[in-house]
Design a protein around this ligand. Structure first.
Ligand code: NAI
Ligand code: MG
Length: 354
């Protein structure tokens, strides 16, 4: 029996998680060999308001007993964003060594890219997830004095770079890709980014010598995402660059409502965590109109990770079948369907295809 910890979180996280759990129940009805047990945890901003912390002291010890974590989103006006991020998401990603943030960017049947019709976009982003620009090293001193200053350090370690580039190379080798694109800015950020370039080059040469490695400055790369996104296959990026590239990646294939992600500990020493790229979307929370596809696709990635690529494929197929049929679409992709109507349509497609 596989054990999954489910953390819906805040805002639309709760709404889209309901639909992902419906899809999981449907899959289990269709295939009794899919033995998965779920436990729902209420850790969220509501929890913070009640208890003064985002999750209990022993939360990580509790989560450690699970095979994987399915997470919705977090973020609420009552709690500062740096508290929700640094007391919840970051400890899980960092303590569980989820150093790969894997984000597929793929055109879906039935969704027209805002860039152009029939654009066949299909690449993945490997974002470093535990160090880099998102470190808590630094300080803010001389508050309210003329010499007030803030320092935010970027931490790049050789091991950290090697592990994320290795994960990208392994993926490229496994799926027969021909090229890896590294996002850099070593012309201006001359210490950490030159270090990144150097070790990226070494790892690719050593472990994937048949692959072409291109290093592109981040400012040019964002332009290429718009001008020629079909050219990319596997992108490897630091924490900040990867974060920005994945929201742009989502936008060019139809928006945040469609984009899944996985925080992976490739060694499987700790549980990995699967979550949509989007946040808690306070502007639409509570209206029942959020698109649940990003969450449902994140569930699919989880199923692949726990050794059920067949179930992963079925879910992605069902998502595309519904989008292609076109009758059920949420507002973000030009329709009027509710969150639960979209979830129901995907369950129905699964049931019909049994
Ligand atoms: P957001 O991703 O929540 O929303 C950005 C825009 O996309 C909004 O207009 C929203 O309505 C739309 N959107 C997002 N997901 C959608 C969906 N499934 N269906 C339809 N429309 C969707 O990002 P924002 O507004 O910058 O942040 C809101 C809160 O979420 C903040 O508190 C932020 O810190 C948090 N956040 C949390 C993340 C996480 O839990 N991993 C990731 C990003 C933001
Ligand atoms: Mg982001």
């Amino acid at each position: 029996m596989v054990k999954i910890a489910v953390i819906p979180g805040d805002g639309i996280g709760k709404e889209v998680m309901t639909e992902a759990l419906k899809v999981l129940a449907q899959l289990q009805r269709d295939d009794p060999s899919l033995q998965i047990d779920t436990t729902i945890f209420p850790w969220s901003s509501d929890y913070y308001v009640q208890h003064g912390f985002m999750m209990p002291q022993d939360a990580l010890a509790t989560l450690r007993n699970y095979d994987a974590i399915l997470f919705g989103a977090i973020g609420d006006a009552r709690v500062p964003d740096d508290v929700t991020v640094w007391e919840f998401i970051m400890p899980i990603r960092k303590q569980f060594q989820q150093y790969v943030n894997f984000r597929p960017v793929k055109s879906l049947q039935g969704i027209v890219s805002p860039l152009a019709k029939n654009m066949d976009i299909d690449f993945v982003i490997f974002r470093e997830n535990t160090e880099g620009e998102y470190s808590n090293s630094g300080g803010h001193i001389y508050q309210n004095q003329p010499q007030e200053m803030a320092i935010q350090n970027t931490i790049m370690t050789r091991l950290g770079i090697e592990k994320i580039v290795q994960a990208a190379c392994n993926y490229a080798n496994q799926y027969g890709k021909s090229k890896i694109t590294s996002a850099t800015k070593s012309n201006a950020i001359i210490h950490s980014m030159k270090f990144w370039d150097e070790h990226t080059k070494q790892i690719v040469a050593r472990t994937a010598p048949t692959l072409t490695l291109e290093s592109i400055y981040i400012d040019a790369l964002v332009a290429y995402f718009v001008e020629r996104p079909q050219d990319f296959e596997v992108i490897v990026a630091s924490n900040l660059f990867g974060d920005i590239l994945s929201d742009l990646g989502s936008a060019i294939v139809g928006g945040l409502g469609l984009s899944p992600s996985a925080n992976i500990n490739p060694e499987k020493e700790y549980p990995s965590m699967f979550e949509p790229v989007h946040g808690s979307a306070p502007d639409i929370a509570g209206k029942g109109i959020a698109n649940p596809i990003a969450q449902i696709w994140s569930l699919a990635l989880l199923l692949g990770h726990i050794g059920r690529p067949d179930a992963e494929k079925r879910v992605v197929w069902a998502i595309e079948a519904v989008l292609q049929a076109g009758a059920v679409k949420t507002a973000d992709i030009g329709g009027e369907a509710s969150t639960s109507q979209m979830g129901d349509a995907i369950c129905q497609a699964l049931a019909n295809s049994k």
